[in-house]
Design a protein. Structure first.
Length: 202
């Protein structure tokens, strides 16, 4: 294996800082999160942090952006694969179950939302990234409708907002009992199947 390029090395550093930040903020919340602890956990100095991010807010937005970009691309790649619609639905359920099981990610996402609601200076930047999340959900739904040979019965932007709200609500309401999710990822299948049933034949 050849030597990493400068950009590849930088991305590895950023990814380690992202992972450490998700864990730190999920435990301590945004205001309690320490850049020093994030750096220690990731194995880097404060200098490395500030070489990659301006501050904690910049890091928050970068994590939100990178995760949502990757997640949307993974969902779309799965939908556009050669598997049938019948095979696709259980695969989407599995992916949603993985999302619900990532407690640190859910707590981190909640912290971003709460911080944005409490800080007007951060809100505009958050809303810009939030719009990108909704657009990603639109692309996912458009891909599902294409695979099913249907067109949406309502504007896809409205359906995307419903799906995004469903994801957020289930994640925040989720409780764990004896290792089992009280809110089953089957809820996603119900939403998608009902949405497609209401769709018009293309």
């Amino acid at each position: 294996m050849g030597r990493l390029t400068r950009e590849q090395s930088r991305e590895i550093t950023r990814e380690k800082l992202r992972s450490a930040a998700i864990r730190e903020i999920s435990i301590a919340g945004y205001t309690g999160a320490s850049i020093d602890r994030i750096c220690d956990s990731a194995g880097f100095s404060r200098g490395a942090f500030y070489a990659n991010f301006n501050n904690k807010e910049d890091l928050l937005l970068d994590i939100m952006r990178s995760f949502n970009d990757r997640e949307a691309e993974c969902w779309i790649a799965l939908i556009n694969s050669d598997i049938s619609l019948g095979e696709l639905m259980p695969r989407l359920r599995e992916r949603f179950a993985d999302y619900l099981a990532d407690r640190d990610r859910i707590l981190f996402t909640s912290e971003i939302l709460l911080y944005a609601k409490r800080n007007q200076g951060f809100l505009a930047s958050y809303q810009q990234e939030f719009l990108a999340v909704t657009l990603g959900a639109e692309r996912v739904l458009q891909a599902i409708f294409r695979k099913a040979g249907k067109s949406p019965h309502r504007p896809v932007a409205e359906l995307a907002n419903l799906m995004r709200g469903l994801f957020t609500g289930i994640a925040l309401d989720m409780e764990v009992s004896d290792g089992e999710l009280v809110h089953s990822p089957d809820v996603l299948l119900i939403f998608l199947e009902d949405m497609l049933a209401l769709g018009k034949t293309a």
